[in-house]
Design a protein around this ligand. Structure first.
Ligand code: UTP
Length: 470
């Protein structure tokens, strides 16, 4: 205990033991275990905190910035033939069993305010199926079409791990083979108050939060996932976020474009509609591709236009990537130097909150995070692909309004309507809700090729029957 106190005192953090005398035995042992773990890396955490604050103060206005080279949609000048050949190439990769999917599901989902892990959130317009179930359906469908299983790596954090594991067990891995599902946890970083002190969220507990989606880049190596990929002969990893039900799982076109570009890391983007949209944009900074957060983009750059009067920095990052295995190894080995840590001011539960006398929602400290897109400039080559937000991006972030469960369900229903329109099924009638099992149909083309045999309009919902059992 003394040695531990000294370790914290060296960094002027001994206040974490201020309430020791009033703690009971169980609380003491919790604090002791946590302090040992944090104490072992305290030098590194103090340094990360210092660097994150320095970055925040510097305010990154990029020196030389250009729009990125992008594979555009056909309606924006993209070459349909190129996209078609990319699809074939991507399907070859999938049928060769070289692709796995990674979902990052370690976030705390504070804006949504849902008590369980976000992946358990009911998003099915008719059945209330969860985000995880919907995504598992997509994986099963892809596996059926390519006759190859697609391992699903699920990254949790200590905030979501136990509940996620319990859910997968209760739901029998959503119909996927147990050997094709690996759940692993990312790490945590301690939170700091504005005076540079660690925050106590309770008298016997130091405040920590998941180390950001960029934490996946180290957790993949530490949890043995990279090794698992190697053993299975997988060298491409499709990365996406748990809160986007429209994700086009392991999109063959994206995979094919990534291959054709000989890229190490690739990125999907959507066209920003409004200069003030709160989305990071992909750009080239000093010749290297990078994501610039909306807070870092000056008003001048936000409104900058090209010769045709279109936004110059329109390429909104939607956090869908492909990584090569070799690249992931390289980043994991040098993550401390290659990936910056970012500080964001947040409201953090604290024993001092009452004494601080601030309104309860005011930020009272910094959470530290790494971002996955910070790996982009490290890639020797990248590919940026434009997609339509209406087809591929409708995340659930907030409890209501924009990017909420309502807007996300509406986007899903709109997609289903389009798919069914292709097979001449009237869907504009009374039924406001439609749901399709993604393991059977996952696109308009598939709706046509699957051959829908029946449709029942049950007043509130349209039930589609295909004659294929899910
Ligand atoms: P967000 O940054 O939107 O965070 O994460 P969030 O936890 O979902 O929501 P808020 O900000 O607390 O309201 C985008 C994606 O990255 C994952 C999330 O689970 C989500 O899929 N993520 C985020 C992690 O896996 N780990 C993290 O540390 C942070």
């Amino acid at each position: 205990m003394n040695a531990l106190r000294v370790g914290f005192a060296i960094h002027e953090q001994e206040h974490v033991f201020d309430h020791w005398a009033e703690l009971g035995e169980p609380e003491r042992s919790v604090l002791l275990r946590q302090a040992r773990r944090i104490g072992a890396s305290l030098d590194e955490f103090v340094d990360a905190h210092r660097r994150a604050l320095a970055e925040l103060e510097a305010g990154l206005e990029p020196a030389s910035i250009q729009p990125p080279e992008t594979v555009c949609l056909p309606e924006h000048g993209g070459d349909t033939q190129r996209l078609e050949s990319a699809r074939e190439r991507g399907l070859e990769l999938l049928t060769a069993g070289r692709v796995a999917a990674l979902v990052v599901a370690g976030g705390q989902g504070t804006r949504l305010g849902y008590p369980g892990p976000k992946g358990a959130f009911p998003v099915g317009p008719v059945s209330d199926r969860s985000l995880f179930r919907l995504q598992a359906q997509k994986i099963r469908g892809l596996a059926r079409r390519t006759s190859r299983s697609i391992p699903w790596y699920v990254m949790t954090s200590p905030a979501t791990d136990a509940a996620t594991r319990a859910l997968f067990e209760a739901e029998d891995n959503f119909g996927l083979a147990a050997e094709d599902v690996r759940i692993f946890s990312q790490g945590m970083l301690p939170a700091w108050d504005f005076e540079g002190r660690l925050i106590l969220e309770a008298p016997g507990r130091i405040a920590e939060s998941p180390n950001g989606h960029g934490g996946s880049l180290t957790a993949l190596a530490e949890a043995g996932i990279l090794e698992d990929m190697r053993k299975r002969g997988i060298d491409r990893l499709f990365y996406y976020q748990v809160d986007n039900p429209l994700v086009r799982m392991a999109d063959p076109v994206f995979l094919g474009l990534h291959e054709a570009a000989e890229a190490e890391m690739s990125c999907k983007v959507v066209r920003k509609q409004d200069p003030m949209e709160k989305v990071g944009v992909v750009a080239e900074i000093a010749g290297e591709p990078a994501v610039i957060e909306y807070t870092e983009l000056s008003e001048e750059l936000r409104y900058a236009q090209d010769a045709r009067g279109q936004l110059l920095y329109w390429a909104g990052n939607i956090a869908i990537h492909i990584f090569n295995l070799d690249f992931l190894h390289r980043i994991a080995e040098e993550s401390t130097t290659l990936l910056p840590v970012h500080a964001s001011a947040k409201r953090i539960e604290s024993v001092n909150s009452a004494a601080e006398g601030r309104a309860s929602r005011d930020p009272n400290g910094y959470k530290l995070e790494r971002f996955v897109f910070d790996a982009l400039p490290q890639a020797a080559r990248t590919c940026v692909m434009e997609v339509r937000a209406s087809e591929e991006f409708s995340p659930i972030k907030n409890a209501e309004g924009k990017e909420s469960p309502d807007s996300s369900r509406a986007a899903l229903i709109a997609c289903y309507r389009n798919w069914l329109r292709g097979v001449q099924i009237p869907t504009s009638g009374e039924a406001p809700f439609i749901e399709i099992d993604h393991s059977i149909i996952d696109s308009e083309e598939e709706a046509i090729s699957t051959g829908i045999t029946g449709l029942a309009d049950a007043g509130k919902a349209i039930l589609v029957s295909t004659g294929i059992s899910p």
